[in-house]
Design a protein around this ligand. Structure first.
Ligand SMILES: [Zn+2]
Length: 305
């Protein structure tokens, strides 16, 4: 790089960087959820500097914080956690931060659905109740939940930075208006599908919250985790169900190996309906929450019609 080009790049960097975001009075936020990263950025605007530690496309079930991630969490005034027991590394965060900064487990403030714990996963087994059930962590697949999460994040920012209350309130309101429009669009799109065709077969049980909002019944190939392979017996049962329910299409997920799914389609004649974003934001359409929901709903409805 020439000196001129170097100076130019530096100037561009200064111009493009938000002057507020590098200032001392900006609120540092560390987020362990791609959805909460988006919400914090939308609601916080120039008043916050959000470190998104779980990256788009990363599997939040398998994510482990790096030393640098933990350092960023320790530097943050507000730590946003997805909650519902998905962060099985809370002890590491606690250790790194020493309890400094406010930890907010956003999902824990939202309505809860239960799902079967995977007995092969020690973390899940430990968290399970007497009936072997755990909290379903995939709250972000409900737009109504994301609306509620937005108000939780808004209130946390106001509490830590009351001087900018009016800004947080108006930014949250604008984002909530968009979410409400998204929910209305999703309802209209799902209405194209007769109730008896609202059967969702996906490669891990991540869509209970979406199913509840829009009247689908879920048949999952795996349990909550993406780490374990489904048993032969579970696959056989599922093949049986798909045939019996005359399900037209099943869906893959962007973070999963499609091998088992392909096997099931071969046995049942159901087609692959497409790839869904199950575990948060990703690449392409799913790089924003609006895009992610539109992609998922459109893919499901169009394949089952
Ligand atoms: Zn998941």
């Amino acid at each position: 790089m020439t000196i001129e080009k170097g100076v130019f790049m530096c100037l561009m960097f200064i111009l493009l960087s938000n002057p507020l975001a590098s200032g001392a009075d900006v609120l540092k936020v560390a987020s362990f959820s791609t959805l909460l990263t988006e919400i914090a950025q939308k609601v916080g605007g120039n008043h916050v500097n959000v470190a998104g530690l779980v990256k788009p496309g990363q599997d939040p079930h398998e994510y482990q914080p790096t030393p640098d991630d933990l350092k960023q969490a320790a530097d943050a005034k507000l730590i946003l956690l997805s909650g519902k027991h998905i962060e099985h590394y809370l002890d590491k965060i606690q250790q790194a931060t020493g309890g400094k900064g406010e930890s907010l487990s956003v999902g824990d403030a939202l309505p809860n659905l239960k799902m079967k714990a995977d007995p092969d996963e020690p973390q899940e087994k430990a968290a399970a109740d007497a009936n072997g059930m755990i909290d379903d962590p995939h709250w972000w697949n409900s737009v109504a939940n994301v609306e509620k999460a937005t108000t939780v994040v808004r209130d946390a920012l106001i509490k830590l930075d009351p001087a900018n209350r009016a800004d947080y309130e108006s930014r949250a309101k604008a984002y909530l208006t968009k979410l409400e429009a998204l929910d209305q669009w999703a309802k209209r799109k799902v209405a194209e599908l007769p109730r008896d065709k609202r059967k969702l077969v996906t490669s891990h049980d991540a869509f209970q919250y979406l199913a509840k909002d829009y009247g689908f019944k879920v048949y999952a190939i795996e349990g909550v985790s993406t780490e374990t392979e489904p048993s032969d017996r579970h696959i056989a049962e599922l093949i049986d169900q798909i045939k019996k329910q005359q399900v037209k299409a099943i869906f893959l997920e962007s973070t999963l190996n499609p091998k088992v799914t392909v096997e099931i389609t071969r046995e049942t004649g159901a087609k692959i309906g497409g790839t869904l974003y199950a575990d948060g934001l990703g690449e392409g359409d799913g790089s924003t929450y609006d895009g992610m929901i539109r992609h998922n709903i459109e893919t499901i409805v169009d394949a089952l019609k």
